[in-house]
Design a protein around this ligand. Structure first.
Ligand code: B12
Ligand code: SF4
Length: 488
């Protein structure tokens, strides 16, 4: 029985454009979902993982499979349906799973033979069994996996073409920020894999560098952090000789022992969501965790970097409180915090998020012809109508932010700072040049986007300062900005 597991590509995603920017070679990431699925698949299946990010294959020239499994983030949904249509025309059954199919179940069910919602560990063997017998059901519910039973991913597949391996050590997030779908998909309970499993899986990874995909590697509570410390100790003891990067909340900076252990275990970089420069913005996004009293982000970043761990900061542009000037402000704040890299995303109403519900009810989603428009849901296009920023305005803000943070003098300043403190200046340089060259690609993409989609923002709704349907007060008068925050 031959199984193809396919990761569809989206040509609008700049980091996979390796030909356009050779720096991106370091930023094409393995589709861990499919490697995990392969780990759940009995050996009688002959598995090929096809990652279209390495180049779209000629499916017609490949041997006919018995079953096709497709994964998709929302931004990949369109292409997922194209690939599904190709195989269904050949009479090959197609199963789709992952976050998009879970959040947009009906849409997916119309386009594939079977949909698996949620995490697949508890259900995938059953799906394969049904496929063998030719009795696939239209829908399977995976729910949340028993984290102790998550088998090791197949790191022997997809052996070449990537600079980084990938691993997951925890699932779930209790914080439920308005713009993020992780709590809706993986649940609010923070689940940690057994430490011996994680260490064993690390040992199976061939690459020296690894992306730990956890949404928050250390968690938020004391017991989470204690487990993270135990994990780092076990990794150091196992002498893995890996260098890894991960995502974490800023509270990692509050615990010197945690940072020391992380560095000893091989941590070389952290991706931290600061999201917005102001407390009002954090309130709007529901990321109250970053609001802890007395938090000094600059000092926190400095403490992390003292352990030779680079910090990549992430921000969002297009909040209701954002006004002209926000792009420059984000660049200044990120520079002030002292981050090594900066990623700024447009606020995007992804399916399954509280933000989407809100924007939908206010009629603020500009790109709403689905599934076609999903390809713009990469967070690198402004798909909604923003409160105080027009389409042109928000793109200008993003461009100003990029140009400011990634100006050559600023890049060289960061590289020099790291050289001076003997902190991996080369990685900072590669990272910064990669971002800088992608900002050029992004600018071209914005110009195309404005030309092709600009008319969809026209009309009464795109008046800066007025959202589509401003929620009113009970007495009928429009609410003030402060009241808007409270109403939400
Ligand atoms: C690693 C990661 C990336 C990597 C992707 C690597 C890759 N090629 O897969 C990179 C950095 C490239 C990336 C990019 C983006 N990402 Co991202 N990413 C993640 C992250 C942190 C982990 C994903 C992961 O590997 N999980 C581990 C695996 C084991 O879990 P899984 O993918 O959920 O798979 C399980 C189930 O879903 C299911 N399943 C999955 N596929 C299939 C298929 C079949 C057939 C079946 C049966 C089951 C099944 O079974 C698996 C085992 O249980 C998630 C957050 C999260 N918790 O999921 C965000 C997340 C997926 N990303 C997100 C987003 C928005 C993006 C971007 C659009 C923007 C960005 N942040 O840069 C881009 C899009 C890239 C693109 N190509 O279009 C959103 C997606 C929301 C949505 N509705 O699409 C998430 C959920 C984060 C969030 N804050 O909401 N991302
Ligand atoms: S953005 Fe990060 S902290 Fe907020 S819900 Fe998503 S994973 Fe959790």
């Amino acid at each position: 029985m031959r199984l193809y597991l396919i990761n569809p590509s989206n040509p609008l995603v700049s980091i996979v454009k390796v030909k356009a920017s050779r720096w991106n070679r370091y930023r094409v990431w393995k589709p861990l979902s499919l490697m995990a699925l392969a780990g759940l698949t009995p050996r009688e299946w002959e598995i090929s993982i096809v990652d279209e990010n390495l180049g779209r294959p000629d499916y017609a020239a490949m041997p006919r499979p018995d079953l096709v499994g497709i994964t998709a983030f929302t931004s990949q949904a369109n292409r997922a349906y194209e690939v599904a249509a190709h195989f269904r025309r050949l009479g090959v059954p197609v199963v789709m799973g992952g976050i998009h199919a879970t959040m947009c179940l009906e849409e997916a069910m119309e386009r594939v033979d079977s949909v698996v919602t949620g995490e697949a560990e508890g259900i995938w063997p059953q799906v394969l069994q049904d496929a063998r017998l030719g009795s696939l059901k239209r829908r399977y519910e995976g729910g949340f996996a028993e984290i102790d039973d998550v088998p090791l991913a197949r790191h022997d597949l997809l052996a070449t073409g990537y600079a980084f391996g990938a691993i997951q050590t925890t699932r779930g997030c209790p914080l439920n920020c308005t713009f993020c779908s992780v709590t809706a998909f993986n649940g609010a309970r923070y689940r940690q894999r057994p430490i011996p499993d994680v260490v064993r899986e690390f040992q199976l990874i061939r690459e020296k560098h690894v992306l730990v995909v956890d949404d928050n590697l250390i968690g938020t509570r004391h017991d989470h952090i204690a487990r993270a410390k135990d994990l780092f100790r076990a990794m150091a003891r196992a002498n893995l000789r890996k260098e890894w990067i991960a995502q974490a909340t800023i509270n990692i900076a509050d615990d010197e022992e945690l940072l020391t252990l992380a560095a000893k275990a091989g941590c070389r970089g952290l991706y931290i969501g600061f999201e917005t420069p102001s407390p009002e913005g954090l309130l709007e996004l529901g990321k109250k965790f970053n609001l802890l009293k007395g938090r000094d982000f600059r000092a926190s970043v400095r403490r992390i970097r003292r352990h030779n761990i680079l910090v990549s900061g992430s921000f969002i542009i297009g909040l209701d409180i954002d006004r002209p000037g926000i792009g420059r402000r984000i660049a200044d704040v990120a520079s002030h915090y002292g981050v090594d890299n900066l990623t700024v995303m447009f606020l995007t109403p992804l399916p399954g998020t509280r933000l989407r519900e809100q924007m939908e009810s206010e009629g603020r989603i500009a790109l709403d012809t689905f599934p076609e428009d999903w390809e713009y849901y990469t967070l690198t296009f402004p798909v909604a109508r923003y409160k105080h920023l027009t389409l042109k305005g928000i793109i200008e803000e993003m461009t100003a932010c990029d140009q400011h943070f990634y100006s050559m003098p600023r890049i060289l300043g960061r590289v020099w700072g790291n050289m001076w403190r003997r902190r991996k200046p080369l990685i900072t340089l590669v990272g910064n040049l990669s971002y800088r060259s992608n900002t050029r690609l992004d600018r071209k993409a914005y110009a195309d986007f404005k030309r092709q989609q600009g008319h969809r923002y026209d009309g009464a709704r795109e008046v800066p300062g007025e959202p589509a349907a401003r929620r009113g007060r009970p007495d009928g008068r429009p609410a003030t900005d402060a009241e808007q925050l409270l109403i939400r």
